[in-house]
Design a protein around this ligand. Structure first.
Ligand code: SF4
Ligand code: F3S
Ligand code: FES
Length: 259
């Protein structure tokens, strides 16, 4: 049976345009009553709101199947994919508040500018097999494929980046911190038997700012793909960097090697 749900949705932008008045431009939460039918998710209701009351509501989405990573938002303050958040998880009289993810600059309404993540991805050196290996010459062992398979499930929803306290309210840290999504990419390449250089652990330490991470695990908690970001990527990368720096035998070896 359908019912009328109470929705509170963030409307506004960093700049006024013809659909958002100057007064609204800074943004505010607006209340709506919207029809909900059995089996629907939050994104269905946002779409119905757009169809029936707010045709100018900006919202990013694509697959409606939890696979494109586009519909990230904060639902009742929790980072979520709107297309994977069932309306049945809320009581019928409950107000459902939908706001944009907050770590990235707001474009308008529920849409943010996530280019920080792409910029950090571009800064990472690409996969680099040793010279002379031709396509088809190398066969990966199944065990090597499986080791990093978990990290390839990432759908780039950036909910982990949005949640990490290092950048969530600290724009000033973005320069020096690549964030959990990029740490799993570094770990994935680090586990690749053919990735010769650069040293991904050293890069994570020196350039990606993995040292800023104090292992709060908030990123892992919000990942819709249930990737063990902290336990399986960040902690092993950190441990091995620490081992290298402080292990006396490794230290001695690096000194002798430099002579
Ligand atoms: Fe999203 Fe998880 Fe990928 Fe982070 S690691 S971008 S939370 S899928
Ligand atoms: Fe941030 Fe995840 Fe580390 S939330 S502090 S990157 S464990
Ligand atoms: Fe693709 Fe939600 S619309 S993940």
């Amino acid at each position: 049976m359908g019912y009328q749900a109470k929705f509170r949705v963030w409307r506004g932008a960093g700049r006024p345009d013809e659909t958002i008045t100057a007064a609204e431009a800074d943004g505010a939460l607006h209340d709506y009553e919207v029809e909900v039918n059995e089996g629907e998710v939050v994104l269905d209701v946002i779409h119905r709101l757009q169809q029936t009351q707010t045709p100018d509501l900006a919202v990013r989405w694509n697959c409606k199947a939890g696979k494109c990573g586009s519909c990230s938002a904060e639902v009742n303050g929790k980072p979520r994919l709107m297309c994977m958040t069932r309306m049945s998880t809320f009581a019928e009289g409950e107000t459902v508040t939908v706001t944009p993810i907050r770590t990235f600059p707001l474009i308008r309404d529920l849409v943010t500018d996530v280019s920080y993540n792409y910029q950090k991805a571009r800064e990472m050196p690409a996969f680099a097999p040793p010279p002379g290996v031709e396509p088809g010459e190398y066969r990966m062992q199944q065990v090597d494929v499986e080791r990093s398979q978990e990290f390839r499930k990432c759908i780039e929803c950036f909910l982990c980046q949005n949640t990490c306290h290092v950048v969530r309210d600290h724009d000033e840290n973005k320069q020096a911190f690549a964030g959990p999504r990029l740490f799993i990419r570094a770990a994935e390449l680090d586990m690749h038997p053919l990735d010769a250089k650069p040293d991904r652990k050293e890069f994570a330490q020196a350039t990606q700012g993995i040292g800023y991470c104090n292992i709060t695990k908030c990123c892992s908690e919000v990942c819709p793909e249930h990737i063990h970001i902290t336990d399986n990527a960040i902690i092993p990368m950190k441990e091995r960097v620490v081992d290298r720096k402080y292990d006396p035998i490794t230290w001695l070896g690096s000194k002798i090697g430099r002579r």
